[in-house]
Design a protein around this ligand. Structure first.
Ligand SMILES: Cc1ncc(C[n+]2csc(CCO)c2C)c(N)n1
Length: 222
């Protein structure tokens, strides 16, 4: 007993590295990502964010303490009031209109990932839901940090994806990631080995669905 978040990434090491170091990520770092692939990713990410907001609403419903209810409420507000607006603005810069976003077909990879998270939260408890969301919340921060340590990464105006990296390396985002890590570490500290194995299965599934999301972007698949 006495588990930490790093025990999840260690137990799912190969899947976790395949997610963090995916070709989509490498191509963001080098600035060579096909812009059609990036646009496809941005469009599907808009749908992803809407379902992610629903997952925060589910976290509110599953909360047993006022502190957890407040945390879920803050997350829901941040996505609905701030992040979706920022995403729409960012999409506009890449030539994707709000009308286009409103009528997008949903890719199977988006459906699979978002509905998996919602189902995991529905059948399980708040910890199951947070573990299903962890590859998203913690992974993107780790991806930005990993890119910054790679010699191939191009920063500044020479890289059209520099703003994407900057968003996830920002102090604000890194602080949110560390708050989530602290929440997970506190809960994982007293789970049994059998419960840890269950959570590991959820973490692995969600990580593999993140890999599929990158691949969907590269393949522009629906
Ligand atoms: C497929 C996919 N996975 C993760 C993220 C990152 N992300 C989405 S919502 C959120 C937390 C609220 O700020 C974070 C970190 C993404 N955009 N798309």
């Amino acid at each position: 007993m006495g588990y930490h978040f790093t025990d999840l990434t260690r137990a799912c090491h190969d899947d976790w590295r395949a997610y963090i170091e995916h070709d989509f990520v490498r191509n963001l770092g080098t600035g060579t990502l096909d812009d059609g692939a990036f646009r496809h990713y941005l469009q599907q990410d808009y749908l992803f964010l809407i379902h992610f907001a629903r997952a925060y609403a589910l976290a509110a419903y599953k909360s047993r303490t006022l502190a957890d209810l407040r945390q879920a409420h803050e997350g829901l507000k941040a996505i609905v009031d701030v992040e979706l607006g920022l995403h729409v603005g960012y999409c506009r810069e890449w030539g994707i209109s709000e009308e286009q976003l409103a009528t997008l077909p949903e890719a199977r990879a988006t459906m699979a990932y978002t509905r998996y998270v919602l189902d995991t939260g529905n059948r399980g408890d708040l910890l199951d839901l947070h573990v299903a969301l962890a590859p998203c919340l913690v992974g993107y921060g780790e991806i930005a940090n990993w890119l910054n340590t790679q010699v191939f990464t191009v920063r500044g105006e020479a890289n059209p994806y520099d703003a994407w990296i900057a968003m996830y390396e920002s102090e604000e985002f890194q602080a949110a990631m560390h708050a989530e890590l602290a929440w997970l570490d506190a809960r994982l500290a007293d789970v049994t080995p059998a419960r840890f194995d269950e959570l590991c299965a959820v973490f692995r599934d969600a990580t593999r669905l993140e890999i599929d999301f990158w691949q969907m972007g590269l393949d522009r698949s629906l």
